[in-house]
Design a protein around this ligand. Structure first.
Ligand code: MLC
Length: 324
């Protein structure tokens, strides 16, 4: 019976994996044919995977496009080099954004309804609002639902920010695309969806390594240095998100000291011995000595600001009356 149960279990677990594997392979095959197609390949893939906006009347009833559309977009984009990414994003933002003609028509209609009843005006406004949604925004929402989709979009925004800051493009469409991505990411990474985690020497090695690697203010010298930064008289906190497991998004380091230090070296270089226990009577101050955001694509979402406020509250609640 044990063997039979085991076999049943193996089969039932295998099915979804096989389905996902099969669609994975299909996507890889498809995208590899389009890479050869250059600009026309880009146009072809975009017109196939970026679905048109459903009509206003059917917007809540239309089934979402197949998941393979999102996967194909992701694989294709990841395979491009920097120059092709710029070309691809320019096409996406220009040709798959807002339907300007419909927006103008609806704006005129809205003006015409101004003397009508409130319900008619609200309906006209809602139609206009819906029509102002860029087609690519809908694609991004679908991408966010596939595995690794949110991280993909965070990295995509990092590319867009790089294009803007390096002045590789001054297209208003690219700036619009950035705005759409920022507003989606701000919703998905809102405070209520973030998890505050304390990082200690007992945290997974993978996380500790990332804490060390992402430190942008006072570089971590070695493992002993890292052990001290998460040890006694120190606190290290990070925000994580369910959609990006194992990825600290922003990391904050705090030193708990007797007096407010007048130089950073005394915090970064001088520590109590590694094994000493904390004596709470010796703690009067909490010095927030380093904060680093790890995801360039989340710039402007202000996770750092929120993390500092959360940790101030947390340390305040934890019985200490620090001077910050
Ligand atoms: C500081 C950050 C964690 C903030 O990240 P957020 O997720 O909150 O959002 P963000 O990057 O959009 O930045 C929010 C606002 O803070 C500003 N900002 C960013 N870094 C700043 C800095 N070092 N000093 C002063 N302001 C800064 C941005 O221009 C922006 O302003 P606006 O909204 O006006 O555009 C990140 O920018 C980052 O990792 N920067 C690189 C590392 C760094 O500089 N760390 C802080 C060093 S000081 C430190 O750690 C303590 C110390 O040494 O005393």
């Amino acid at each position: 019976t044990g063997l039979v149960r085991f076999i049943c279990c193996t089969v039932s677990l295998r099915d979804p994996e096989m389905i996902s594997y099969a669609s994975d392979v299909r996507c890889r095959r498809r995208y590899s044919t389009h890479i050869r197609g250059g600009v026309s390949g880009m146009e072809e893939i975009l017109s196939r995977v970026v679905a048109p906006l459903p009509s206003y009347e059917t917007r809540d009833k239309s089934p979402p496009p197949p998941e393979t559309n999102s996967l194909e977009f992701m694989y294709f984009y990841k395979s491009l080099d920097k120059e092709d990414k710029l070309c691809f994003l320019t096409k996406l933002s220009q040709d798959f954004g807002v339907d300007h003609k419909s927006v103008s028509e609806l704006a005129l209609k809205l003006l015409d309804t101004q003397l009508r009843d409130l319900a008619t005006i609200l309906l006209a406004e809602d139609r206009l609002r819906y029509t102002l949604t860029p087609r690519y925004k809908q694609l991004f929402s679908h991408i966010s639902r596939v595995e690794g989709g949110v991280k993909f979009l965070v990295d995509l925004r990092a590319d867009v920010l790089e294009i803007i800051s390096s002045k590789a493009s001054d297209s208003p469409h690219i700036r619009d695309l950035n705005g759409a991505l920022k507003s989606l990411l701000s919703e998905w990474f809102s405070v209520g969806l973030l998890r505050l985690e304390r990082i200690t020497w007992q945290s997974p090695c993978e996380i500790l390594q990332k804490i060390s690697q992402y430190e942008a203010v006072h570089p971590v010298r070695n493992w002993t240095d890292l052990k001290r930064r998460v040890g006694p008289y120190r606190r290290c906190y990070a925000f994580t998100h369910a959609a990006m497991p194992g990825e600290p998004l922003v990391v904050l380091h705090v030193a708990l000291t007797e007096d407010i230090s007048d130089n950073i070296q005394s915090i970064v270089r001088e520590f109590a011995t590694l094994d000493s226990d904390e004596d709470v009577n010796k703690i009067n101050s909490a010095i927030f000595y380093s904060i680093s955001s790890t995801q360039a694509g989340l710039q402007g979402v202000e996770l750092g600001n929120v993390l500092i406020k959360r940790v101030v509250c947390l340390l305040g609640v934890q019985r200490y009356s620090y001077r910050y």
